[in-house]
Design a protein around this ligand. Structure first.
Ligand SMILES: NC(=O)c1ccc[n+]([C@@H]2O[C@H](COP(=O)([O-])OP(=O)(O)OC[C@H]3O[C@@H](n4cnc5c(N)ncnc54)[C@H](OP(=O)(O)O)[C@@H]3O)[C@@H](O)[C@H]2O)c1
Length: 268
């Protein structure tokens, strides 16, 4: 798979990033690891995760892949944390996921924008991932009114000096949330990760504010929802036109879809 340099950075990674937001929807750990290994075999060199994904299990599972492949790079996040106690049993997590559809409080994230909590979470993520350094650390769904930007900038700067992170920034599903942040303080990030789609083009707020598309996601999810009749091949071509220079996160629970995806990449 082609490698790219994320615009406005020196950071190199695969054009497609493997997202682990839905990894725990695969109940068998063996199958989760098999999928992650296949992604590595298909030349995904960067993985997107968060302590919120799978109650921390996504990071724990990634550790096994990262251990074997030191050249892989990783994004993780702070500020959105899983509900309930840490180190929950698989049964408890499955209970929360299954009943969360009817009782949303079971899966609702804990939101905390304090540096104290972020620092603790980063240390835990480093341990779960088995790494000394996170390549990209993002504030997950930032709410600018609740963020002390001076404290956060200082913290990010300190982490870079200590070699605990390489890049920092913001990630959100909601364009207006990120737009408010970049208007208020454009030193709070050197990476922006945002949702985009081929029809609604949510990420255009970046162009309007003179920022390039760096990392975008959720194209397949929105197309499947709004245009279920469209073939994934057509969607794929449109995705590349939407974000030609940056990196694109995709996620799948299916070996078949991963193979289809990588076959399309071979023809690039
Ligand atoms: N705030 C944030 O930072 C944030 C927010 C949202 C997402 N993300 C990241 O972005 C990742 C992707 O997000 P997403 O799940 O919303 O978007 P996505 O990757 O665009 O969509 C995933 C959906 O597309 C389907 N799919 C994938 N490949 C397919 C294929 N070849 N044919 C048919 N269907 C296919 C998957 O189904 P199957 O599983 O059946 O293949 C799944 O339903 C997340 O895992 C996470 O890492 C970050």
């Amino acid at each position: 798979m082609e490698k790219i340099i994320i615009p406005n950075t020196n950071f190199q990674c695969s054009k497609f990033i493997f997202g682990t937001g839905n990894l725990l929807n695969i109940l068998s750990k063996k199958k989760r690891l098999k999928l992650l290994n296949s992604a590595v075999d298909k030349n995904f060199s960067h993985f997107d995760t968060s302590p919120y994904y799978g109650f921390g299990q996504a990071e724990t599972n990634l550790r096994e892949i990262l251990k074997k492949n030191q050249n892989l790079t990783i994004t993780t996040k702070v500020s959105l944390y899983p509900p309930g106690r840490s180190n929950q049993s698989l049964l408890e997590m499955i209970f929360r996921k299954s009943f969360g559809k009817f009782l949303p409080f079971l899966v609702k994230p804990n939101i905390d924008f304090t540096i104290k909590k972020a620092n603790k979470s980063l240390e835990e993520s480093l341990k779960r991932l088995g790494r000394d350094c996170i390549d990209i650390l993002l504030i997950h769904e930032p709410i600018i009114e609740l963020i002390n930007t001076e404290e956060w900038k200082k913290w990010f700067g300190q982490l870079i000096k200590e070699g605990k992170i390489r890049y920092f920034g913001l990630s959100s599903l909601v364009a207006s949330r990120l737009e408010k942040c970049i208007v208020k303080d454009n030193k709070l990030f050197n990476i922006l990760q945002t949702l985009d789609s081929v029809d609604l083009m949510e990420a255009d707020f970046l162009k309007k504010n003179n920022f390039p598309l760096q990392i975008t996601h959720s194209y397949m999810a929105s197309s499947k929802k709004r245009y279920p009749e469209k073939s994934y091949k057509d969607i794929f071509n449109q995705i590349l036109k939407r974000n030609p220079d940056g990196a694109i996160i995709i996620s799948t629970r299916s070996q078949k879809h991963l193979t289809e995806f990588s076959n399309l990449l071979k023809n690039l």
